[in-house]
Design a protein around this ligand. Sequence first.
Ligand SMILES: [Zn+2]
Length: 517
Amino acid sequence: MIRVYNTLSKNKETFEPIKPGHVGIYLCGPTVYKPSHIGHMVGPTIFDAIKRYLTYSGYKVNLVINITDVDDKLIAESNKRGITMQAVADEMTADYMKNLGAMGIDTVDSFPKATDYMAAIIEFCQDLIAKGFAYASDGDVYFDVTKFAEYGKLSHRKSDEMVGEGGSTADRKRNSGDFALWKSAKPGEPSWDSPWGKGRPGWHIECSVMSSKLLGPTFDIHGGGLDLVFPHHENEVAQSECRHGAPPAKYWLHNGLMQASSEVGKLGGRNTREAEGPQAGDQAAQEAGKMGKSKGASAFRDLLAKFPGETIRFFLLSTHYRRPIDFSEARIEEVQTGLQQFYRFFQRLERTAGQSFYQLDYPKQRTEPAAATDEILKACLACRTKFLEFMDDDFNTGGAVAELFEVMRTLNRFCEEQKLDDPANRTPDKLATLVAGAKVLRELGMTIGMFQAPIATAAPGGDDALAGKLMELILELRAEARKTKNFATADKIRNALTAAGVVLEDRADGTAWTVKK
Ligand SMILES: [Zn+2]
């Protein structure tokens, strides 16, 4: 039984999709006017993991992430650069897609663009006017918030806390809280013909239109960052509910925001707790610490030049999604160190059992495994149970990741106790146990999209697969030399590698290597 925290009810609820077996998810995507920064990757990473987990749990999931390709910021950028708004949007959308690919996010079913839905947006506005919820004013169209008695129910705000944007449009509105569905175009701006003259849509209406077109008037999960609860999602609720007479989404899931941090915590420690208490839902508190450009929200591709996408994915999933994410490169490095323990285990599996981790056959659907007969497998399956409990409890990936570590450590301990690094100690039974345990790790990892495929940089510092393979060979030769007490050769290898800038570190679970920068 999966339970999710619903912003609408401020409660954890049992997850029951509207149509049994099917789940529709809509996640607010980027406004494509600048290259992506890490904040743009948070929602897609979380919802890619959620989709994988729901799919594993037997649901057929349709995941939609929209692209806002018309907006004041895009117009400003196009003027600044002297290129069309479309050219800005195309360039930044391509950057976004490339970044999603590097993060292993490939479960998104559609990326609708606002400009492809102009006719539907205009129709939506017309319908709201016809039903008396919206009005045209001097080329603009506004939603009248006084016509929707439940306005404020998602963000749990009172009407005096929901004053809309003032400025030049204030005198066109009936109430200060009214928000624009359609904005008249200034001369020279990109625009579309409408019954109210040339103009473009407001941001909020785009999402209501695209989500209802692709997922129906009421779908299961609407996601987004905590900073979108008000006004964006509150306005989506108002528009959609007034037009369709039904709420747009059954469950509203909001992820915590990225915040800059200089503090380095312990992986698998404090972040494994799920979000509880007022801080989890406190939009204002998190927004206060929200990472802005000044706090290092640099282009994501620059971060990708420093860390593999899988490391950043692991970093994002190591925290429960509702908690704020403390961002610093030091924290990502710490996560990378943890991740390398897994990569070394995969190498160990290959060395001892001749089995590629990535080619292990594993259950793609959640089914009860046969009871384990030996203690090691029993321990792995106990971790599996806990992992699934964490995920069922509002997708607590932070807690789940801690269980992945536990499976890996259990299997490493087994290898050490049985001295499996020495071929003489490898019996078919022991290797079967090792492989069966590794399968558990593979099954669980894939439910959140971890360890999808070997990455070239799996060995730290290695920038291509060949270097990784050669290093593996060199380290194996050195291990053999040490075992036969041929220390002269072992030292020669180490010294030559040091001279080449490769630093070795002998650990209980094998030798790690890094390239000194
Ligand atoms: Zn949206």
